[in-house]
Design a protein around this ligand. Structure first.
Ligand code: ACM
Length: 663
């Protein structure tokens, strides 16, 4: 068996051997050698597994076969007994892996695809999982049905920590949202779900020790302990760790609804409904606080088997502390010079509790303090600089600055952010090793279970690639080409980022005739960074049902328009120029669409300008006309309904080029 494989692989290498980009695999594997020919995928496809008794490998292969069947429509494919000669894919896993992944698993694999069979080799189940995802992404339709091109791949991650934070607090995210996102993460080889479980706006886990936490802090929207166990097992099957975050001592209003005695100022407290940074913080001076946390963390430590426990630690404004005479006295007695020193004291106490329950600490930038031991992990939301400074002092870190999905930046923007940025700091090899990876962050002020997938995907696949692939993998055009393919595949694994778009547009239009609405929606993006919160007062109870909630974070159409030939541009500009007249009747009958009437008009207006600029043998514009057109373009560049028209910069550039040229 092995002999046959070696023979055909050698033969194929002699035929063709070239290093190429993978077809559409995302993240790009470390090394690919493309060979000639391809492996046909048909109803005789069978997988044999040799896994030294690791049952989790066979169940991974079963899930793989279901995915392959869904991808190809061929439903008779099967898993054969190990050693059967008729297999098409031979999966070899060298060692039995633990059921729950640790933070340092070997995820490497090799995949050799020949014309008669393929072999996937890995040391651990985690490598098998990553290799199976690669195989699925290599399946193509063409020529004579489905096939995988012959090649050899040798692959392993650049960073060990490749995470996605999901905030289930500001907006409630039921288990099915978490599970489908775990499937998406597995597809792009991410391995940490950072589950943000407590916030001012919600406490989302059942506590049997302190039931008032979830009973009074969640509006009834919390995960039962059975559900948590189910999600942790689901993630582990896919080689994904689950790191829970209980944010302390700030961001804790929801805890205090049931337990005001934990706070630094007397209650009563209510679940916070607004967004922002709030004053309530735990009282770090009371022994009762630590007794409570010891019991609570003990309970949660059993529920979440990962070795790390995230304590948050961000954005403590210290107002409640500075307003309390007892707390000021305590600070003085303990030589704690400021509130940051008081927070460091709190963290040291917390660290002892975590250690007692067998956990390592991870927290946001603000926990960084030279007193803490070096096995904590600092998660940087403030930038590569603080990450590098931590690494120089021997602290491990992960990067999230630049990976905030709620900032609604492009995939290209996130793709350019590297956890190890050599332009910011010169780190030795040893210091670089302290940087474990990064996490995309999906903060949930402006996402609901309906549109969260579209904020996470497909952009997170670009971040996943940054964290998995070699640092030299930087071709943005190729990234976008593969991102489009990955986006369709992500929908196949159960995500709803594409289907929810159409669904929400149909709801806004009140019918399935959405062409003019979609023509506009395709070329707009939500405003960036924290601008949305400045446009009006939002709370947890504000419905997220407007066009800004339906549209995608990144307009592919606008990006493609910028790169088009004049002839192709002209065609689109004609469509947009006539679009306002078609959209107006739909806008007039939909209360939620009224706000976008000026946006729709702006699109048609700038399209008219674009058409005029592309006119052959055009008379130069008069000075007066130039000034009028400039005003129209400037007006169209301002946001309407928290939306930006993304084709304006390109038309502005065309206008400016015309000024520099003939006029
Ligand atoms: C954070 O964004 N406050 C972690």
């Amino acid at each position: 068996m092995l002999k046959r494989r070696t023979a055909f692989v050698t033969f194929a290498i002699v035929l063709v051997s070239a290093l190429v980009n993978a077809q559409s695999v995302m993240p790009v594997p470390a090394q690919i050698t493309k060979l000639s020919g391809s492996l046909v995928i048909d109803s005789s496809f069978a997988v044999s597994v040799s896994a030294g008794g690791d049952k989790n490998v066979s169940s991974a292969v079963q899930r793989f076969l279901q995915r392959l069947a869904k991808l190809t429509g061929i439903f008779s494919m099967k898993q054969t007994l190990s050693g059967e000669t008729l297999s098409t894919l031979n999966v070899v896993c060298k060692e039995k892996s633990r059921a729950i992944p640790s933070a340092a698993e070997d995820e490497s694999y090799t995949l050799e695809v020949g014309t008669r069979m393929a072999v996937l080799n890995a040391q651990t189940r985690f490598g098998v999982l990553r290799g199976l995802e690669t195989f699925l992404q290599l399946v193509e339709l063409g020529g004579n049905g489905f096939h995988v091109p012959c090649m050899t791949i040798q692959d392993q991650p650049r960073f060990a920590w490749r995470g996605l934070l999901i905030d289930a607090c500001r907006h409630w995210m039921p288990v099915e949202v978490i599970k489908r996102n775990l499937d998406g993460m597995a597809m792009v080889k991410m391995n940490v779900l950072h589950w943000h479980l407590s916030e001012d706006q919600g406490f989302r886990v059942e506590s049997k020790k302190f039931p008032k936490l979830h009973e009074l802090g969640s509006d009834g929207n919390y995960y039962s302990q059975e559900q948590i166990k189910d999600v942790v097992a689901y993630a582990a099957e896919r080689g994904i760790r689950v790191v829970p975050e209980f944010d302390m001592p700030g961001h804790t209003t929801s805890w205090f609804v049931g337990h005001p005695e934990l706070a630094s100022a007397p209650g009563p407290y209510e679940i916070e409904r607004k967004w922002g940074v709030f004053d309530p913080a735990m009282d770090p001076t009371k022994e009762t606080t630590y007794r409570f946390l010891d019991t609570f963390i003990g309970e949660m430590a059993k529920l979440f088997p990962d070795e790390y426990f995230h304590i948050g630690g961000d954005e403590v404004n210290g107002k409640q502390w500075s307003a309390s005479a007892e707390i000021i006295l305590f600070r003085g007695k303990n030589n704690l010079i400021d509130n940051h020193a008081l927070q460091a004291y709190f963290n040291r106490r917390l660290l002892a509790i975590l250690k007692k329950h067998g956990k390592k600490m991870i927290g946001w930038d603000e926990i960084f303090h030279s007193d803490l031991p070096k096995d904590i992990v600092v998660q940087s939301w403030r930038g590569q600089k603080s990450l590098a400074e931590g690494a120089k002092q021997g602290f491990q870190g992960i990067l999230s600055h630049g990976y905030y999905l709620d900032h609604i930046k492009s995939a290209a923007f996130h793709y350019a952010v590297d956890p190890i940025d050599t332009t910011i700091a010169n780190l030795s090899e040893g210091e670089q090793k302290k940087i474990l990876g990064g996490e995309a962050c999906m903060w949930a002020e402006y996402v609901s279970l309906e549109n969260i997938d579209s904020r996470i995907w497909p952009r997170t696949a670009a971040i996943a690639e940054r964290l998995w692939s070699l640092s030299a993998t930087m071709n943005v055009d190729d990234m976008y080409r593969r991102l489009e393919v990955a986006s369709r595949q992500l929908e196949l694994v159960g995500l709803t980022h594409r289907s929810s778009y159409t669904q929400m547009l149909e709801r806004l239009a009140g019918s399935n005739s959405i062409e003019p609405l979609k023509a506009l929606a395709d070329v707009v993006e939500p405003v960036k960074n924290y601008e949305r919160g400045r446009t009006r007062q939002y709370t947890q109870l504000t419905p997220l049902n407007r066009l800004v909630d339906a549209v995608r974070p990144e307009s592919d159409a606008a990006r493609e328009f910028a790169a088009m030939s004049d002839d192709n541009k002209r065609e689109l500009l004609r469509l947009w120029a006539g679009n306002h007249a078609l959209l107006l009747p739909i806008i007039r009958q939909s209360p939620l669409l009224q706000e976008i009437e000026p946006l729709s008009k702006n699109l048609s207006d700038v399209a008219e300008i674009g058409l005029r600029l592309l006119q052959k043998n055009r008379q130069p514009f008069s000075e007066q006309e130039k000034s009028r057109l400039k005003d129209v373009l400037d007006k169209a560049a301002t946001s309407v309904g928290a939306l930006q028209l993304m084709v304006v910069p390109t038309i502005k550039r065309m206008f400016e080029a015309a000024q520099k040229g003939r006029e």
